[in-house]
Design a protein around this ligand. Sequence first.
Ligand code: 5GP
Length: 190
Amino acid sequence: MQELKEKIEKYGTVLPGNVLKVDGFLNHQVDTDLMYKIGQEFAKHFQNQGITKIWTVESSGIAPAVMTGLAMHLPVIFARKHKSLTLNDNMYTADVYSYTKNTTNRISISKKYVDKGEKVLLIDDFLANGQAVEGMMEIADQAGVEVAGAGIVIEKSFQPGGKELRDKGVEVYSLARVKALTDDGHVVFN
Ligand code: 5GP
C-alpha cells in the first residue's frame, strides 16, 4: 500500500533491536484517514469468505481492526493482555512473548463472545516473530473457530513470523513488507 509506505518513510524511526517506531500515525497518534483506508484494503482482500468476526490484541491492533470491522460490518474482539497468570473458566487464554517488551503476557478472550463455527480474521499492527498471531490461533483452536487469515499493517519480513505462518498455510496479507532496518535509520521495503 503506497500511502502507508510513504508514511513509514516520512515518520518512521528505527530503534535499536530492529524496532520500527511509528507513533506518529499508528501506535500512539492515529492517522484516521490512513487507518480507514487500511480497513477498506483488508475488507477487500478478505471479502466473501464467510468471516463472522475480527480478532486482534490490545492495544495497537485495535485501530486497524476496528476500521476493518467497520468496512466489513463485523464486530471486533480485542484480546486482553494480563501480566499475571489469572486462570478463569470463562476465558480462552494463550501465552504470548512480546518481542518489543521482552515479557510474556497472557492474552484472553471471553467465551461469552465466541460461538462455535465462527470464522475469524486476525488483524495486527506488526508481524515480527509471529507470537501475537500464533497466540490468537491457539485461542481459535481451543474455541473450535476457523481462522480465515491474518491482515498485518507492517510485516518485518526479515523476522521469521511471516514465513512460519505461510508455511503452515495461513493466508497472511501484509500492507507493507519491510526487508531491512538499516543502522543509519533507513527502512527498506521488499
Ligand atoms: P510478534 O508477535 O509477531 O513477534 O510481534 C508483533 C507484536 O509486537 C505487534 O503486536 C507489535 O505490537 C509488536 N512489534 C513487533 N515488532 C515491532 C516493531 O518493530 N515496532 C512496533 N511499534 N511494534 C512491534
